[in-house]
Design a protein around this ligand. Structure first.
Ligand code: FES
Length: 678
């Protein structure tokens, strides 16, 4: 098989059309990708005979990849004849600051520390820096000044990385994983996947991000059911088109954006379900998806993913006020992939252990509190200064405005207000279709005549347009149309034809998707069709940074209400004739050990309250994800059975984050590029 250099095994397999990576030892269930982030172990394969997480291991020429059928066997090693050589001492690196995680928060903190010449080691388990930024091809919200709003996440990653690398005081180690924080205040680290070392920092900064929450429903472990982050990794980082027809569970920003990215990659999005009456993500994201033709089912949940060795369809149902599926409301849809985007949990185990053992520790970004990546950039910046101060450096007073900005960037979207459509129908002017308070200001900075205004003290407030300022009015430059991350500004031009004005609409698809003369359905902000119009021009200029401007001529009656262009035909999302439904006792709670809800429920009903006891009987939580995936679901089962949280005895947290061959701790297998002579 062919693969690209630098590609992970899992992406190479997906690109080759392989979705099933093996079968589970317990019940023969098909296994495939789930998190694509090194957090679970669903994607295990044998690489040259050794079981590895295929999402973390890079391909190399001649690599032999085999599926894991049942339990993998480890290769036999004759210790005496071993090429491993003698154990070498484990080195301990003493350093003022160790940062775990090279995403937006970690990079921003490293910049502040680097600026002050503070020796810092930044480690990240991936093979490139940027964290989730490298998956984010959309423009960022927030403030231009504070967090590069209006710039695409992938480009922010490049900027932050090059700045970090310009500081001699900051060293970066990729493919290097923090394993545990120990009671002697040292952090065990697996360097480049092979060599074990200890780091003894004066201060630890945890910016390790978050892991995706899981959801329990029948069929939830079928290959084809995976996290939204995994999907973005495949599509946006590794440029693999993993599916043809996609369904999404979760209407937060992650699910909404994943749907948008799918459409951009030419994937049909069959629908999105959100259990609450409204999507929790930004309305501009929701509107973008609706306008592109994706049905959004609020107050609905997923009932099951259906198929034997892979997803073939999904069944959804309406929920009542207690979020229980309403019998008779089920509908099934044909799809091959189901994305789970039901929220994130902070990766906080390092912070908790450091606190327990008295190692000075700070956390920033999602590892501290789940919020937008723009908030992570800013909190990383603040935490960088706080770490410097904790080390005795004079950083002056950290402005209270910074803390306020951090709070604003973290804030949840505000209430939706009725859209204000200007009464005017002369000349040229922008129509702002943004009607929910969110932290975002790029439109105010790009207008050459400063005609788009916002209260400078709070970038959550809605922008407004002034027809004239200092004798200058709108010139129709389209800069505001191109930069709005929410694609929520159009420009209506009555100058040539007042009856059929030209409307400039932002469009983030390839220029070739539309051409002059095409007939398109245009829609209002919420995705309601207004009519069919002809495309006049398609403009893709470099200054617009991959946002295409499509110009349509539309009747005066609705020109100002046009907010977008539909690209996905409505027929994509027709339900199947019959709905498929499966029983729920076989719902998998522990993916690693294939333990069902039925097995755990039985013990809860027998009176078991200690999760360790459930573990001893069923093997739940004993898998290689270290119980990170199933623990929240076990707690939910207790709640469903009416057991209060206070009665449940949690299991001890397992220290190790990933599987490490035992010999590595003893200093065996220590060859790496720094120690070639060993
Ligand atoms: S899901 Fe990994 S141990 Fe349970």
């Amino acid at each position: 098989m062919e693969a690209f250099e630098g590609e992970t095994i899992s992406s190479a397999l997906f690109a080759a059309g392989i979705r099933v990576f093996g079968h589970h030892a317990k019940d023969g269930a098909a296994q495939g990708i789930f998190c694509a982030n090194g957090q679970c172990s669903q994607c295990l394969v044998l690489a040259d005979g050794i079981p590895v997480k295929s999402c973390m291991e890079l391909v190399r020429a001649g690599l032999k990849v085999e599926p894991v059928e049942g339990l993998p066997e480890l290769p036999r090693i004759d210790a005496r004849a071993s090429r491993l050589g003698p154990a070498r001492p484990i080195e301990t690196l003493r350093i003022p600051v160790l940062i775990i995680g090279g995403g937006p928060a970690g990079l921003s903190a490293a910049i502040e520390l680097g600026r002050r010449g503070i020796r810092t080691l930044l480690i990240d388990d991936k093979h490139r820096l940027g964290g989730k930024l490298v998956l984010q091809t959309h423009r960022f919200f927030g403030s231009i000044e504070a967090v590069y709003a209006g710039t695409r996440g992938i480009d922010i990653a490049t900027r932050l990385e090059s700045e970090v690398r310009s500081f001699a005081a900051v060293s970066v180690r990729l493919q290097t994983t923090a394993l545990a924080v120990y009671s002697d205040k040292k952090v065990g680290v697996l360097v480049e996947g092979r060599r074990y070392a200890l780091v003894e920092p004066e201060v630890l900064l945890v910016t390790a991000g978050a892991r995706e929450k899981n959801l329990a429903f029948p069929g939830n472990t079928l290959p084809g059911v995976y996290g939204a982050g995994a999907f973005q990794t495949l599509v946006n980082r590794d440029l693999v088109k993993p599916t043809g027809r996609l369904f999404i569970v979760g209407g937060g920003n992650v699910g909404l954006i994943a749907g948008y990215h799918a459409l951009q990659a030419g994937i049909s999005v069959v629908g999105l379900v959100e259990v609450l009456p409204e999507c929790g993500g930004y309305k501009v994201h929701r509107d973008k998806l609706a306008r592109l033709g994706v049905p959004i089912y609020t107050s609905h949940t997923v009932v099951s993913a259906n198929g034997t060795d892979a997803v073939g369809s999904v069944t959804i149902a309406r929920v009542d006020e207690k979020f229980r599926p309403v019998p008779g409301s089920e509908r099934s849809f044909d799809c091959d992939t189901l994305l789970i985007a039901v929220g994130l949990d902070p990766v906080n185990e390092f912070t908790e252990k450091a606190r327990e053992f008295g190692l000075p520790v700070f956390a920033a970004g999602d590892a501290e509190e789940i919020a937008e990546a723009s908030a992570a950039i800013f909190s990383g910046k603040i935490r960088g200064l706080e770490v410097a101060r904790a080390l005795g450096h004079d950083v002056g007073e950290i402005s209270p405005d910074w803390y306020r900005t951090a709070d604003i960037l973290k804030s949840k979207p505000g209430a939706v207000v009725p859209e204000q459509t200007p009464a005017d129908e002369t000349g040229v002017f922008p129509v702002i279709h943004c009607n929910q308070e969110i932290p975002c200001d790029p439109c105010t900075a790009v207008c050459p005549n400063n005609l788009i205004e916002m209260d400078e003290t709070d970038i959550r407030l809605l922008p407004s347009f002034a027809r004239e300022k200092g004798g200058k009015g709108c010139t129709g430059c389209e800069k505001c149309v191109a930069i709005c991350p929410g694609l929520a500004i159009t420009l209506v031009d009555y100058r040539k034809d007042a009856e059929f004005p030209t409307v400039a609409v932002p469009f983030e698809f390839l220029k070739e998707t539309l051409k002059p003369g095409d007939r398109v359905v245009v829609e209002d902000t919420e995705g309601q069709p207004l009519g069919e119009v002809e495309v006049g021009a398609v403009k893709a200029i470099k200054a617009n940074d991959r946002t295409v401007i499509v110009k349509v001529r539309a009747p005066r009656a609705y020109a100002k209400r046009i907010a977008g262009i539909r690209i996905q035909p409505a027929a994509t999302s027709e339900p199947l004739g019959e709905y498929v439904r499966r029983t729920t006792d076989d719902t998998i709670i522990c993916r690693c050990e294939r333990v069902t809800a039925g097995e755990i429920r039985r013990l809860i009903r027998e009176g078991v309250r200690d999760i360790s006891e459930i573990k001893a009987v069923t093997r739940t939580s004993m898998g290689s994800c270290g119980a990170k995936t199933c623990t929240p679901l076990i707690h939910r089962l207790f709640r469903e059975e009416g057991v209060p949280d206070a009665e449940v005895v949690d299991q001890p947290k397992r220290p190790l984050f990933i599987e490490v061959p035992m010999g590595v701790f003893a200093g065996l297998n220590g060859k790496d590029k720094d120690h070639d002579n060993e």
